[in-house]
Design a protein around this ligand. Sequence first.
Ligand code: HEM
Length: 404
Amino acid sequence: MTDIVESAETSTLLDELTRMTGREDPYPRYHRLQEISPLVRAEDGALVATRYADCAAITRDPRLGHVPSHMLDFVSPGWNDHPALRQLFTSILTINPPDHTRLRRLVSSSFTARRVQALRPTITRMVDDLLDGMSGDTDFITAFAFPLPVNVIGELLGIPPADRAQFQHLVRDWTQVLEQINPAVLETADPAAATIRAYLSDLAADRRAAPRDDLISALVLAEEDGEKLTEDELLTMAGLLFAAGFETTTNLLANSLMALLHNPDQLALLRNKPEIAREAVDELLRYDTPVQLLTRVAWEDVEIAGIPISGGDRIVAYLGAGNRDPQRFPDPDRLDLTRPDNGPLSFGGGIHYCLGAPLARMEAEIALPALVRRFPELRLAGDPVRRNSLTLRGYTSLPVNTGS
Ligand code: HEM
């Protein structure tokens, strides 16, 4: 029977992934981990899965979940006194049924497919406006990859245009706690989370007094089976939606552009055949996914890849590795925008499957073909600066020249 492996080699590989050297190109390290064993143990005791089938199973197994709130004090003592942690650990992203089921139902009744589809013309116009504003040397993140998703989610939620830009740094500071929790991180993450919450509290009060046709108003009014969101739940939900709405999509746009620039034949294919946008975005999500990993805790003894693991064990599923698993994808390191039978793990699975997946897909499907058609000579114009995070994979700066 296969065993959980913990060796000098696996420790080195996992350690490298936490550093810039490994983050730059984690994929060879993922492949080596896949070869060694389906499960390796990290130095902090967590079990790491890197194969596609196991990562998919982890997202769907109802016996795996998040640390229940009454246990959180053992894991993160004093978490409730930190706005950054309270806002994360009480959000649908990290809570369990039955609370998760209730909150997910309430938000789904407001964040509907109709509401997302209605944004299509707005997104198309925003893309055109942003492309109009780009010429010569420009930073793709500041000129396009950040403003597009932040304005889309801002529009959806009902955040006034002039207020949106300030959230780039606030959300970045807050979401550092997804990567690591320590006093230095909390020093910047806490005030950022508190500022976001105070802003959303004022906005919600405004909409309570005078509802509009936006998601904040819909959340204020949302009611299912006689249940409503409490004020606290509403603000946590709005904060999560806002942050999740652009943090990840910015990275999808930037990672996709880099992948295309490194694969000119595929870039040309998308330019000449924009009708492949849907399958192309699936492949770009697979190739360099913006959310590289997710974590769970086993509530009872279970088996992963046929290996028994104990209740209480922490499990990390490397989605970015599963997406490059040669057992699942032939020639996994090749970008192939028309790859048949794709099925990236990039939006997770099971009850926590990404609520914003249709929105993120729509943004990328409109933006990427428009970008490569508008600027046929688009090229890198300097060294990109990688974001210092493994979980949220992307760039803080991506200098390009539009060729025009
Ligand atoms: C959950 C990825 C865009 C809102 C998730 C999860 C992943 C993910 C992997 C599951 C996390 C887990 O199971 O632990 C992405 C990627 C995106 C993206 C790669 C863009 C390319 C968005 C957008 C929104 C959004 C645009 C909102 C407008 C959410 C929410 C959850 C979630 C609310 C939590 C769902 C739950 O726990 O029930 N996302 N996301 N995401 N995402 Fe996204």
